[in-house]
Design a protein around this ligand. Structure first.
Ligand code: IDP
Ligand code: MG
Length: 141
């Protein structure tokens, strides 16, 4: 199935100069970058993005981190895009991330783990509509 998914290069990935390498890894997997922007989000937007994790002990730390500096948001499109991005990103904890994955290469910690990828097609739709409302009509129709 051709799908769309949302990926973020988190503030640590931007600060570490890894944007180009990360885009390259996605493109080499055959994923198409169909929307792309750099922004710094506020805490309210961060809380909404991670609303499903609101009861986790690390929620506040996560909200503070993801809103701490500029990040790169993109919509990626391709066959099995949701799972492809999550495979290329690697496990949440960089210590458990497989060799060659983005988190294995660049992530320093469990919170500052360099990238985000939507975890399902349903969540991807929600996240794309949040992060790219300006593309909603053309990309989700
Ligand atoms: P995912 O990004 O691999 O889908 P989730 O469980 O959805 O992982 O968690 C969202 C984000 O919250 C992670 O990418 C990471 O930044 C942060 N996070 C997850 N688990 C922990 C933890 O145990 N401690 C601190 N931060 C965490
Ligand atoms: Mg997740």
């Amino acid at each position: 199935m051709v799908e769309k998914t949302l990926s973020l290069v988190k503030p640590d990935g931007v600060a570490g100069n890894h944007i180009g390498e990360i885009l390259n890894l996605y493109e080499k997997e055959g994923l198409k970058i169909v929307a792309l922007k750099m922004i710094k989000i506020n805490k309210e937007f961060a809380r909404q993005h991670y609303i499903d994790l609101k009861d986790k002990p690390f929620y506040q730390e996560l909200v503070d981190f993801i809103s701490s500096g500029p990040l790169v948001a993109m919509i990626l499109e391709g066959e099995d895009a949701v799972n492809t991005v999550r495979r290329v990103n690697g496990a949440t904890d960089p210590k458990e991330a497989a060799e060659g994955t983005i988190r294995n290469k660049y992530a320093k910690g469990k919170t500052d783990n360099t990238v985000h990828g939507s975890d399902s097609v349903e969540h991807a739709k929600r996240e794309i509509s949040m992060w790219f409302p300006e593309y909603l009509d053309s990309y989700l129709s």
